[in-house]
Design a protein around this ligand. Structure first.
Ligand code: SF4
Ligand code: F3S
Length: 104
C-alpha cells in the first residue's frame, strides 16, 4: 500500500484524490490518509503530491504512518475531488516536526 505521511499536514493540496482510481483517500482536519485495504498500489498519486507526502510502505520506517492511515481512514470521511488548500499551505510545505505540532 501507499501511505500519506506528515508532509501532508497543513498542506492538503488534494491533487492526490483526483488521480486515485479507487477513491481511497480520507480527509481529516489537517491531513489526508489512504485506506490501505482499498489502495491497489498503482502508485499514480505519489508524483502528484507537491509536498511529496505519499510513499509506498515498502520503503521501510513507515510503520507509524501505516498505523495512522489504517486507523483514521476508518474514521474520517472519504474525499474524492480536489479542493483549495489552506491559505498558508505553502508556508508549511517541507516544515519539520509537523506531527507533534499539528496532529491531534
Ligand atoms: Fe490510490 Fe493508487 Fe495512490 Fe493507492 S497508490 S492511494 S490506489 S492512487
Ligand atoms: Fe496531502 Fe499531498 Fe494529497 S499534501 S492532500 S497528500 S496532494
Amino acid at each position: 500500500t501507499y501511505v500519506v505521511t506528515d508532509a501532508c499536514i497543513r498542506c492538503k493540496y488534494t491533487d492526490c484524490v483526483e488521480v486515485c482510481p479507487v477513491d481511497c483517500f480520507y480527509e481529516g482536519e489537517n491531513m489526508l490518509v489512504i485506506n490501505p485495504s482499498e489502495c491497489i498500489d498503482c502508485g499514480v498519486c505519489e508524483p502528484e503530491c507537491p509536498a511529496e507526502a505519499i510513499l509506498p510502505d515498502t520503503e521501510g520506517g513507515l510503520e507509524q504512518w501505516l498505523e495512522i492511515n489504517t486507523k483514521y481512514s476508518a474514521e474520517w470521511p472519504n474525499i474524492t475531488s480536489k479542493k483549495d488548500p489552506p491559505d498558508d499551505a505553502d508556508e508549511h510545505k517541507g516544515e519539520e516536526g509537523k506531527f507533534d505540532k499539528f496532529f491531534s
